[in-house]
Design a protein around this ligand. Structure first.
Ligand SMILES: [Mn+2]
Length: 313
């Protein structure tokens, strides 16, 4: 059997990929993202019995072509599209399309459950913790182990993945090891990588504390450079606002890439970003509690002030 898994390079994506690989041992694992998915699917040149795509949001711009391409592939392969990001209008009304709001690791486990060793549930737990998404089902599974050990394993994995950044060959090794249920501290180099990420994080914490700017409902930092989503979390904490925002300038494109984190419920970041970002010439979206945006340089401040107002409504 010949299988390929496309997944996201964050902790939930890596755990989803590992669960899929455990269901289809020997799978080729390929990291991608919403913008590149269509060309990656078009580039498939050999026949696979199973094609699994996990944790990749559907890009609205290419969603019709992606649906067409996957329908074509589904005629000759077993296709499973597994995702937990908000679905574009209409969604994909197909038997190969699986969607839920839990982590994609939990969803991937449930879909392939019959093919999996039940111990692989702890890989779904690491993914759910990485995604801040410990649902009732995950909490129930956690009780099968010593939850403190699970947090140590998940923490090692999440910090180690953060340190690995764009080192996709190393991330593929992590997927391989997790697919065999190897505990994260036993994965070569991962504990050391996790320790380095934590040292970097401590520096990020001091920098954010120094540079944070507080508005009414959001606090932001600009150009902390590195660990954007963590900087967003700490901006919200030190500013004591509903939302934390981290902005990094990308000189070659003259835009700011922005990561946003909601401290607690009440607003839907995804909906607000999808409306506000295009108004400022950019793009944005994500989850209700965590999002991202890309905004042209000269619109950044106007965008932040508009967002601050929108969050107060
Ligand atoms: Mn992800």
């Amino acid at each position: 059997m010949n299988s390929i898994v496309f997944t996201h390079g964050d902790s939930d994506g890596i755990c989803s990929g590992a669960i899929a690989k455990s269901a289809f041992p020997g799978s080729t694992v390929f990291f991608t993202n919403p913008v590149n998915l269509l060309s990656d699917l078009t580039g498939i040149s050999e026949h696979y019995n199973n094609i699994v795509i996990c944790d990749i949001a559907i890009d609205e711009k290419t969603s019709i072509q992606i649906k067409q391409k996957l329908s074509e592939l589904a005629q000759i392969s077993d296709v499973s599209y597994i995702d937990h990001h908000p679905v574009p209008e209409g969604g994909f009304n197909k038997s190969w399309f699986h969607h839920d709001t839990c982590s994609s690791a939990e969803l991937t486990y449930r879909i392939f459950e019959k093919r999996l060793n039940r111990d692989i549930r702890r890989v779904a737990i690491y993914g759910a913790i990485g995604e801040f998404s410990e649902t009732a089902a995950i909490k129930k599974w956690e009780r099968l182990w010593d939850v403190r050990t699970l947090y140590f394993y998940a923490g090692t994995l999440i910090q180690g993945i953060t340190y690995a950044g764009r080192d996709y060959d190393y991330k593929r090794k992590i997927v391989d090891s997790l697919s065999e249920d190897i505990p994260p501290p036993e994965i070569e180099g991962l504990l050391e990588a996790a320790a380095k990420a934590s040292q970097n994080e401590e520096q990020i914490i001091s920098l954010v504390r120094e540079k944070v700017v507080k508005l009414k409902n959001l606090s932001y930092v600009i150009d902390i450079n590195g660990y954007m989503s963590k900087a967003a979390i700490y901006a919200g904490s030190f500013g004591r606002t509903l939302v934390g925002v981290s902005c990094e300038y990308r000189p070659h494109k003259q835009v700011y890439d922005i990561s946003l984190r909601l401290k607690n419920g009440g607003v839907d970041l995804n909906t607000i970003l999808r409306r506000l970002a295009p108004y400022h010439g950019g793009t944005g979206g994500g989850h209700p509690f965590a999002g991202g945006a890309r905004i042209p340089r000269d619109e950044l401040k106007a965008f932040l002030y508009d967002l601050d107002d929108a969050l107060g409504r």
